[in-house]
Write a protein that binds this ligand. Structure first.
Ligand SMILES: [Zn+2]
Length: 177
């Protein structure tokens, strides 16, 4: 999957230190695996919905974990092609995706990582939105070394007011980790 950008973990070291590569999330290779994961992991279906943490691994496979788990744990500490939250709807025995986001402060993937997400979901033949239902833009402030989540297209650091890059620059964070 060389044509897709790979994202490395840029969250707190304490969380990465606790990750056991053997306990990554559940790999979904066919649509039936979603129901199996829901049962096996004792997910509570509320109003026909289950929200989960997801990553797309470097082999372009969807991997799921309980929504309260960290993306880096779901990925077994490895790089990802995308990451975020996914909402499954279960109606009359059918499953589809009603919401999906790239909200992962551990990996901060670009909204354009949708390309690989879409490819993976099409391969699973699961109905899903045309794009991230919420697409987040992350930027790194080189001035005060903080991670910013861009709101209302204002590219200004929430901590020090410095101007932020218009282009995705989270890779610069690794210099300070
Ligand atoms: Zn700043």
């Amino acid at each position: 999957m060389k044509q897709f950008q790979s994202y490395f973990y840029i969250g707190p070291k304490e969380i990465a230190a606790k990750v056991d590569p053997q306990y990554e999330g559940c790999k979904i290779s066919q649509i039936e695996d979603i129901q199996k994961w829901v049962k096996a992991s004792n997910q509570t279906i509320v109003n026909d919905v289950v929200i989960a943490t997801f990553i797309i691994n470097e082999a372009a496979i969807l991997v799921l974990s309980d929504r309260h788990s960290e993306h880096v744990a779901c990925a077994g500490g490895r790089n990802v092609l995308s990451a975020g939250e996914i909402t499954f709807n279960f109606e009359e025995g059918e499953v589809y995706i009603s919401e999906i986001t790239n909200q992962s402060t551990g990996y901060c993937p670009k909204p354009s990582s949708w390309t690989v997400v879409d490819l993976v979901l099409n391969k699973l033949k699961i109905a899903h939105p045309k794009y991230f239902t919420s697409a987040f833009e992350f930027r790194y402030c080189e001035h005060c070394q903080t991670k910013n989540l861009i709101k209302e297209e204002i590219y200004e650091c929430a901590v020090c007011d410095a101007d932020l890059d218009l282009e995705w620059n989270m890779n610069k964070m690794c210099l300070y980790l």
